[in-house]
Design a protein around this ligand. Structure first.
Ligand code: NDP
Length: 260
C-alpha cells in the first residue's frame, strides 16, 4: 500500500475529480482514496483508465456507506462501486463508519469479497479501540487497515499502538485538518526551520509515525507540492514536539456519536 495517496472527499464528480487524479498520477501518486459517499467514483475510474499507468500499479480504496451496511446490501454496494470505477477489483475496501449492530455483518461481507479475490485488502474506518476489540472477537480475517482522523490535534496514540500490535495499518484522514493546519504556530515554525510548507511538515510527520496519509487537493501545484516529502527528515525532537500538540480536538465526527 503506497504511503501517500490522494484524498478526493468533496472533489466534484466530473472534470474536477478527473483532473485531480490526473495531476496526482503525473506527480507520482499511485493511490487514490474514494468512497461511495463522495459520489465521484465514476470520475476516479475515468482518470485511472485514461492516465496511461496500468491499473495494477494504482492502489484504489473505496468504502461501504453506512446506509448500505449489512451482509447482502454490502455485497450490492461493492458491485455498484466497482461498476462506477470501471474496474474488476479493489485494492482496499473499508467499512466507512462503525454502525452499531451492523458492522459485524458488514465485515462478513468484506471477508467474502476478500476470499472471492474481488478485493485485495479489507479494513475499517473510524473504529475506536472498543470497536476493534469487539470486531476482533468474531472475525475470520482481521482488518488490515484502520483509517481514522489523524493530525497534530488528534493523535490517539493508544489506538495506533493497538493497531500496530495487531498488524493493522493505521491511515490518516484529514491529515491537514481540512486546511486548518496552516494556522498552527508550531507547524509554521517548523516549516520555516526546514524550509518546507506546513503541509509537507505534517505529512512527513505522518510518514515518520508510520501512518499512511491521503491529503486532498484539487489544485495541480498543491498536489505536486504535497508529495515532496521524501527528501527531508524531521528530528526525533521535532516529531515529539508535534506529538505534544495533541488535544483530542476533531474536525470531523466522533465515532461514538455520529448521526449519519
Ligand atoms: P485534508 O486534511 O486533506 O485537507 C484538505 C483541504 O486542505 C482542502 O480544502 C484543500 O484545498 C486544502 N489543502 C490541501 N493541501 C494544501 C496545501 N498544501 N496548502 C493549502 N491548502 C491545502 O482534508 P480531507 O477531509 O479532505 O481529508 C483527506 C482525505 O481523507 C479525504 O479527501 C478523504 O479521501 C479521506 N477522508 C476519510 C474520512 C473517513 O471517514 N474515512 C473522513 C474524511 C476524509 P484544495 O482542494 O482547494 O486544494
Amino acid at each position: 500500500m503506497p504511503y501517500l495517496g490522494l484524498g478526493v472527499y468533496l472533489s466534484k464528480e466530473g472534470s474536477e475529480v478527473i483532473n485531480a487524479c490526473r495531476y496526482a498520477i503525473e506527480a507520482g501518486y499511485r493511490h487514490i482514496d474514494t468512497a461511495s459517499l463522495y459520489d465521484n467514483e465514476k470520475g476516479v475510474g475515468i482518470a485511472i483508465k485514461e492516465c496511461g499507468v496500468p491499473r495494477k500499479e494504482i492502489f484504489i480504496t473505496s468504502k461501504v456507506w453506512n446506509s448500505d451496511q449489512g451482509f447482502d446490501s454490502t455485497l450490492k454496494a461493492f458491485d455498484d462501486t466497482i461498476k462506477k470505477l470501471d474496474t474488476d477489483y479493489l485494492d482496499l475496501y473499508l467499512i466507512h463508519w462503525p454502525v452499531k449492530d451492523k458492522y459485524k455483518e458488514t465485515w462478513r461481507a468484506l471477508e467474502t469479497l476478500y476470499k472471492d479475490g474481488r478485493v485485495k485488502a479489507i479494513g475499517v474506518s473510524n473504529f475506536l479501540l472498543h470497536h476493534l476489540e469487539d470486531l476482533l472477537t468474531s472475525v475470520e480475517i482481521k482488518p488490515m487497515v484502520n483509517q481514522v482522523e489523524f493530525h497534530p490535534y488528534v493523535i490517539q496514540q493508544q489506538l495506533l499502538d493497538f493497531c500496530a500490535s495487531h498488524q493493522i495499518q493505521s491511515e490518516a484522514w484529514s491529515p491537514l485538518m481540512q486546511g486548518k493546519i496552516f494556522n498552527v504556530r508550531r507547524i509554521k515554525e517548523l516549516a520555516l526551520k526546514y524550509n518546507k510548507t506546513e503541509a509537507q511538515i505534517v505529512l512527513r510527520w505522518d510518514l515518520q509515525k508510520g501512518v499512511i496519509t491521503i491529503p486532498k487537493s484539487v489544485r495541480r501545484e498543491i498536489i505536486l507540492s504535497n508529495a515532496q516529502l521524501f527528501d527531508f527528515e524531521l528530528s526525533t525532537e521535532d516529531v515529539k514536539s508535534i506529538d505534544s500538540l495533541n488535544k483530542n480536538l476533531r474536525v470531523g465526527a466522533h465515532p461514538d456519536h455520529f448521526n449519519f
